[in-house]
Design a protein around this ligand. Structure first.
Ligand code: SF4
Length: 392
């Protein structure tokens, strides 16, 4: 490294370590610095911004209510056309059955998302929300990506405000920020020509935050995007968070989740570079540094595996996401069935990495400090033991 490069290196990292906000050029410079140095700053900021001892996670379940979708993203192996034999749309009882399984293990939230199914009317969504609220009153419903909301807005003749009010009245608690990928339209247009554009994604998220709904920010790397495009993605999230904090009584993104593109069974296989574990950890650390106003950064075990997710706790992450119980979208694209984890496994990942695990709700509020010894004494060969502890 030359003397001038060393001075840039030291200057940017020192500024970041002092907790000062970095501009676009400084964030982009981080991609060219040694990862251990960037990681050390990111971990230091994580220790300052969140309780240094704690790693949190959520007991929840993903429910994909339909796999019929007319958007046809090139990176998606989950969606089906309605004529395909394995297309489905779940009814109320099928969804209740899944929620009862979640309740049995002490879960508190469902993440209810699906494809853009042109056969569904507004009544499907509102009656589903009402059914869940009436029959599972302790379960929070975080539902529908901005893509699904855009479809409803275009199809049902309601303004965005009217639509969100209707969904909230029916029981919607949060609007997860799925579909963020890279919020630069050049990247989106190549990966998924019919995908929601970034302006609509932010317009819908902004309205959700204005109405007090839970949201998180997301990012997927590996489309072949440039460092400048990744930086622009992070800066847009930071700007939205500033706006939400200033205007919506602090109701911005509760956290940030990112993972790497999975292409194994998709049309992008062999056409997009994907991202290695090194790139994932680098991007995570840079996100922790750049997003100085987003408190919680999640490690992603469904895409990265448990071991990389555990390492991520030293690259800026303070949270292990959630149990999911069922994840179909990332695992379909990746061609693996890594779609569920027990409470015991998440506890073990946190403890072995040197942290104290806590169970949170979807707003990242701690709701339980589990008895770590009780969990760890139980053998992985006895999943029923996990259930018993999880329900307690
Ligand atoms: S990612 Fe979502 S919107 Fe795109 S094809 Fe898959 S289900 Fe449809």
């Amino acid at each position: 490294m030359t003397a001038s490069a060393l001075s840039v290196h030291t200057g940017v990292l020192d500024k970041a370590a002092r907790g000062e906000r970095l501009n676009a050029a400084e964030i982009e410079a981080l991609y060219h610095l040694p990862l251990p140095d960037v990681a050390a700053v990111a971990h230091g900021l994580r220790l300052q911004r969140r309780d240094p001892q704690l790693v949190s996670f959520l007991i929840d379940r993903n429910i994909n209510y339909t796999n019929i979708c007319n958007v046809g993203c090139n990176f998606c192996a989950f969606y089906r056309t309605r004529r395909q034999d394995d297309s489905y749309t779940l009814d109320h009882e099928q969804i209740s059955h899944k929620i009862r399984e979640l309740e049995e293990v002490g879960g508190t939230r469902i993440l209810l998302q699906g494809g853009v199914n042109p056969e569904l009317g507004l009544d499907y969504y509102t009656s589903l929300l009402r059914h869940v609220k009436a029959n599972h009153p302790t379960i929070r419903i975080d539902a529908f990506s901005p893509e699904e909301v855009l479809f409803m807005e275009k199809t049902f003749g309601l303004s965005l405000d009217e639509l969100l009010d209707t969904l909230i009245e029916a029981g919607l608690d949060g609007l997860p920020g799925a579909g963020g990928e890279i919020l630069e339209d050049d990247v989106r247009a190549k990966a998924a020509p019919a995908r929601i554009r970034s302006a609509d994604w932010f317009r819908i998220i902004d309205a959700a935050q204005r109405k007090g709904l839970y949201t998180i920010s997301t990012m997927v790397i590996g489309f072949g995007e440039t460092y400048a495009q990744r930086t622009a993605h992070l800066l847009q999230i930071r700007e939205q968070q500033d706006r939400a904090h200033a205007q919506y009584q602090g109701n911005g993104f509760s956290g940030f989740a990112m993972w790497t593109l999975q292409t194994e069974h998709t049309r992008l296989h062999g056409k997009a570079p994907g991202a290695t574990a090194h790139e994932y950890l680098q991007q995570l650390a840079i996100a922790r540094i750049a997003l100085d106003n987003v408190p919680n950064i999640q490690a992603s075990w469904p895409a990265q595996g448990f071991k990389v997710a555990q390492a991520a706790l030293y690259y800026g992450a303070n949270d292990l996401g959630s149990t999911m119980l069922e994840e179909n979208v990332v695992s379909a694209a990746a061609g693996h069935d890594r779609h569920r984890v027990t409470v015991r496994e998440l506890i073990r990942i946190a403890v072995d990495a040197g942290f104290t695990p806590v169970i949170r709700n979807s707003r990242f509020e701690i709701i339980e400090r589990p008895d770590v010894d009780a969990y760890l004494q139980r053998t992985a060969a006895n999943p029923e033991a996990d259930r018993a502890v999880g329900a307690g």
